[in-house]
Design a protein around this ligand. Structure first.
Ligand code: HEM
Length: 203
């Protein structure tokens, strides 16, 4: 593996990433509290949880729009481009490395370079999270903030319930993503090197 130092995380990505991670934590904690609050018990006082969930959701949405804009107009966007040909094969190779190779100290099948920042599993998960799930959770979040935009009924089921179900389900999947994401980030040169990279910009 190359020992060359690569500047892979420009300042805007680092600011976006840590703001996004912080907002995510606030959203998960307040979201779980809202989900499980009852008249007798609330993890966080209900009105506070609503207020901080809404504020964090709006900040996250603004930072998401900035992420999409910056990714469209800077070189970072090229790491999110997806070549379908042979992708499944590359994905399986990476999967094998994560499940077996890494424990046998094999070298990574897709080492990081200026041309390839993400391995196929990272690429797929980042594209799904950033370009599919984030838009869905943001749009459903705004639909819950302005409930009058929801359909009254969809095939006989309350529109707002369906929106809520989608919002909570994607929230759950994204929370699981975050745990797995943090775990895989420990698979760097050392357990902390990827985290340092996201602070310094250098891989
Ligand atoms: C406390 C929570 C988090 C930690 C500690 C963390 C850590 C990291 C680290 C160390 C990296 C650099 C390694 C890599 O490129 O894979 C990274 C990149 C990334 N993370 Fe996270 N992350 C967190 C939360 C999130 C969340 C909630 C999302 C999205 C919803 C996210 C999306 C991303 C993306 C898209 C990248 C690649 C950015 C780029 O270079 O273009 N992360 N994260």
């Amino acid at each position: 593996m190359s020992e060359e130092k690569l500047y892979l995380y420009p300042l805007w990505i680092r600011i976006w990433h840590w703001a996004n991670a912080l907002m995510f934590l606030v959203l998960i904690i307040t979201g779980v509290s809202l989900q499980y609050s009852g008249p007798k018990f609330a993890l966080i006082r209900f009105d506070y949880a609503v207020r901080y969930h809404n504020i964090a959701g709006v900040v996250l949405s603004i930072s998401f729009v900035l992420f999409v804009l910056f990714n469209s107009f800077t070189v970072n966007g090229k790491y999110y481009k997806f070549k379908r040909k042979g992708f499944y094969k590359r994905l399986m190779k990476q999967f094998q490395y994560y499940t077996f190779g890494v424990f046998k100290h094999d070298s990574s099948p897709f080492p990081v370079s200026k041309e390839r920042k993400f391995n196929p599993m990272q690429k797929l998960s980042y594209i799904l999270v950033m370009y599919l799930m984030m838009p869905v959770i943001i749009i459903t979040g705004f639909a819950l903030l302005f409930p009058e935009v929801n359909l009254n009924s969809f095939f006989g089921i309350s529109g707002i319930h369906l929106t809520d179900l989608l919002h909570v389900t994607i929230g759950f999947v994204l929370s699981i993503f975050m745990i797995i994401h943090i775990y895989f980030c420990t698979f760097g040169k050392t357990a902390t090197s990827n985290f340092n990279s996201m602070f310094t910009g250098w891989h």
